[in-house]
Ligand binder design. Sequence first.
Ligand SMILES: [Zn+2]
Length: 535
Amino acid sequence: MSKTVFFNGKIYTPRGTAEALLAEGQTIAAVGRNREVLERAEGAERIDLGGRLMLPGFIDGHMHFLAYALSLEQADLTGCRSVPEVRDRLKSFLDREKPVSGEWVSGRGWNHEHFGEPRIFTRDDLDDLVPSNPVILSRVCGHVAVLNSKALEILGITGDSRFPGGVVDLDGAGHPTGVIRETAVEWVHSRKPLPDREKLRRLVARAGTAAAAAGLTSIHSDDLGSVGGDFETILGLYLGLDAEGKMPVRITEQLLLRNRKALDRFLASGWRTGDGSPAFHIGPLKILTDGSMGGRTAFLREEYSDMPGVYGVPIYGAEELNDLVWTAHSAGMQVALHAIGDGALDMCLDALEKARERNLRKARHYIVHCQMGDMDQYHRMARLGVGAAIQPPFVPSDRPMALRRIGEDRARRGYAWKTLLDLGIFLSGGSDCPVETFDPLWGIYTAVTRKDRDGVPEGGWNPAQKLTVEEAVDLYTRGGAYASFEEHKKGTLQAGRLADLAVLDRDIFSVPLEEIPAGKAVLTMMGGKITFRDF
Ligand SMILES: [Zn+2]
C-alpha cells in the first residue's frame, strides 16, 4: 500500500490546524502533530511542506467538464472587444488548426456586451472567412450562438424552423441571420458529430491535468449537452477511464435529461444517484428551467428593467416540470434545477414542495445558480431543505449586466450568498466553467470580496453578502461533498476520509485578500495519488 506523509505544514482540519498528515492507500490514516504522525509513517514517502497551507481537495459544485475539455480545441473568443476581433481570432484559429473541408469549426466565449457597439454578429460576418465549413460560435453563456450559412444549410435550418423553448433570429426578409438561442443551440450541438472516443479521452486527460493544477479533486459536471445528450456515452467514457485508473479528477455527473422520455429511459437502466465507481458517480437529474439573464431568457417574476413587457422564457410549463421532478424524486434520484430568474425559482420550489408533500425523504435537491430571489423564496428553500450550487465569480462578471437587466433593487436581493448561508441553506461553490475559470481561489476571492480583478467596485458589490475566507473555503470543500451525500468521505481532512487534498503556495487565511487570486496549488493528491506537484 502506498504511503505518503506530509509534515511541517499548516493543515486545515475541522479541529484547528495540524502539522502532519499520513495518507495510506486511498485514505487519510492520521492527522496531528509532526512527532505522532511521523512515528506511524515508516516506509512512507516524506514531503516537507515547509510551513505551507494544506486544504481538503477543492470541489467544484457545478461546471461542464467535457465542454471545457472540448473547448481546448475550439477558437477561444473570450475577451473579444469587437466583431473584427472575433474574426481575427477565428482566422488565426483556422490558420493553426487547418480543418478539412466540411469539418465543423467551433468557437466560444464572445460577449457582445463587451463590444464597442453591443450588437450580436450574424452569418454575414462569417461567410467570407469560412465558406465551406460549418461554423458555430457560442456566446460566453452558452445559451446563444451564431452559425454561418454552411451550418444553416447542413442542418436544414430555415425561416420556417421552429424550436419549442428556442429561437432562430430572422432578418427583415424572414431568413435566419445565423443567431440562434436556447434549445435551438442545444439542438445544433446534438447534431454535430462527436469527437471519437480516443480524442475524447485525450481531451479529458488534458482537462484533468489543468483541474488538478488548480487543486481540484472533485467536480460536479453537467456533460450530456456536450456529447449529444446520450447518457451511455458519458458512463462509458468515465467508467472506462476509472476502470483503468485514469480518472484525473472525481466526477459527479449532473445528468441533463430534457424530457420525460429521456428520464424514463435513464431510470429503466437502473442507475440512480450515488451509483458508480470510485472516481465517477451518478449525481442528480439536472433540469434546465430557464435561460440566462444576459440573453433575457432567465424567467422573472416581474418584467426586465431594460425591456418592458419581457419576462424571459420558462423552459417547461408547471405541469411538465412538476412531473419531471416527481418522477425523479419518487424514483430515488436527487434533482438539481438550473434557475436564474426569480420566476423560474418559484416554479422549481413549487415542484419540489409538491414532490416532498407526496414523499418526504432525504433528497438534498438543489438549485443551480440561484442568482435572483427574494426573502420569501429563501425562507421557503430553507424550510424545504433545498440547497444551492452557487457561482461566486458571477458576482463581478454579472454586475454591470445585472444592474441593467433587473435594476438596483432586485440585484441587491440576488447573489445573496450570505443570506442563504445564514438561513442554513446548504451551498456548494462552483465556476460553471467554461463560463468562468474553474480556479477555486478566484471563486474564493470573489465570494469574500465581491470585486472584480481590478478591485471594482470599491468595498465590493452588496458587501452585506460577503463571506469570510473560512465560509468560502467551505463552499469549495465540505459544501461540494455534502451536495453529493459524501460529507463522510471527503471535504475535510480527518483520519478515515479520502486522501483528497491540495497544498497552496500561500496561506489564504492570513495574506491580504487581494493576494488570494494570484495563489496557486503546488501539490494536489486524489485518493492518495499525487495528481499535480510543483514544488
Ligand atoms: Zn452550467
